[in-house]
Design a protein around this ligand. Structure first.
Ligand code: PMP
Length: 409
């Protein structure tokens, strides 16, 4: 099998050439927070504002038609990328957070009643916890939580016990941003459906991990953010099955989501526009389409194999760092390394390796229940993308060793 040309890929990402503190080359290991963007994506944003600035859907003039065509062609790219049946099922939002809030506010308020149950897991990002708590406050529904074991794997026997005839929705993260665990979402969805519940997949991290096929997963909703898929910030996606989206009330009211308005009555627009009130992030949506084209041009099998190599190498070199304890050692993992080092606060680790040019994240990663599980305030987290290398991991391990020495001297 031909190998990925990582050097060529790296040249597509101008940010990889940025120099960091003390003019050191930057090693960017904060990809779970946001990824760098290839020049094709940056050029697309630039080109939109230079040559195609116009509002969409409403204009009869040339620029508006062009911008509308590009915007809608992005929707087609997302449809193809997720393997959905049609473009009505693709709603553009600000990101994963807004997509989950949309489902909680629209589906939740209409269909989830007092005593109904929503199941999430102990490893959810706050954006898949808080919207359901807000719904609980409003409706009196019950929130149940699937626990995970000390490796960071969901305990499926406990999940089976939580399912009941009152379960309305199971909302679950596909790849944990703080543990790296890849959850068996297909099984989780199958069990939810068998109990008569719907299933939402938070694909914020998984969308860049491996190809997603919503028809195969059979999830009812799926969310992701453009900026974690080498695209721009401020744009994301909600996929929902057409019948469900049809049954849901609008999330926000305003322009573009209506067919007609009188003071007596408003008739809502058809899908997907019913859920896209106001002027959207036009340049962002178009550039997200470009990011998808970029990823589609790479060989998915090779990317998966390469990330597995990075994962194995990372675990090997980090296991040799004295006092380092990995948080999240699931059998199925993405190359996300969350860890603590005995006697050193995670923030100090982050600050010390930053001096060596390595950008990592420290803290609770918006998953405080995960930290509570392990009885720690936070972790240091290195999260890798396909443009990272084993050499960078070696430099990182050396930077950690040096930092430990500096700290103890
Ligand atoms: N879910 C997961 C698993 C995430 O990692 C993140 C972002 N860290 C989110 C949801 C929220 O994404 P956004 O901030 O782009 O809305």
């Amino acid at each position: 099998m031909p190998v990925l040309d990582i050097d060529k890929i790296r040249r597509d990402f101008p940010n990889l050439a940025t120099r960091g503190r003390d003019d050191k080359p930057i090693i960017y290991f904060d990809n779970a927070a946001t990824t760098f963007k290839p020049c094709q994506v940056i050029a697309s944003t630039h080109s939109h504002y230079c040559h195609r600035t116009a509002n969409i859907h409403r204009g009869v003039h040339y620029l508006s038609e062009e911008a509308t065509a590009e915007y809608e062609s992005s929707r087609e790219k997302v449809r193809d990328f997720l393997g959905t049946r049609n473009t009505f099922e693709i709603i553009f939002t600000k990101g994963s957070t807004e997509s989950i809030n949309l489902v909680a506010a629209s589906y939740g308020r209409r269909f989830i009643k007092q005593g109904d149950e929503v199941i999430i897991s102990e490893m959810e990002h706050h954006s898949n916890i808080v919207p359901w708590q807000l719904l609980r406050e409003e409706t009196g529904c019950v929130l149940k939580v699937i626990p995970f074991n000390d490796e960071g794997e969901l305990i499926l026997e406990e999940y089976r016990k939580l399912l009941s005839p009152r379960t309305k929705l199971v909302s679950i993260v596909h790849v944990s941003n703080s543990l790296g665990t890849v959850n068996p979402v297909k099984d989780i969805i199958r069990l939810a459906h068998a109990a008569g519940a719907l299933a939402l997949v938070d694909a914020a991290q998984s969308v860049s991990h491996a190809p997603i096929d919503v028809k195969d997963l059979d999830c009812d909703f799926l969310v992701f953010s453009g900026h974690k898929l080498y695209g721009p910030t401020g744009v994301g996606v909600l996929y929902g099955k057409e019948k469900l989206l049809e049954s849901m009330p609008p999330y926000q009211g305003g322009g573009d989501m209506i067919l007609s308005v009188t003071f007596e009555k408003t008739i809502f627009n058809r899908l997907p526009y019913k859920f896209e009130a106001g002027t959207p992030n036009i340049a962002g949506v178009i550039s997200l389409g470009e990011a998808i084209s970029y990823v589609n041009n790479l060989d998915a099998g090779q990317l998966i194999a390469y990330k597995k190599e990075l994962l194995a190498h990372g675990h090997k070199v980090l296991s040799q760092v004295p006092g380092l304890r990995m948080i999240g050692t699931a059998k199925e993992k993405a190359p996300i390394f969350s860890f603590v080092i005995e006697g050193i606060h995670a923030h100090d680790i982050g600050t010390l390796v930053d001096r060596e040019g390595v950008a990592i994240r420290t803290g609770h990663h918006c998953t405080q229940p995960v930290m509570k599980h392990f009885g720690i305030p936070g972790t240091a987290r290195a999260s890798l993308a396909f443009y990272n290398t084993k050499e960078e991991l070696d430099i990182f391990a050396a930077a950690l060793n040096k930092s430990i020495k500096v700290f103890h001297d």
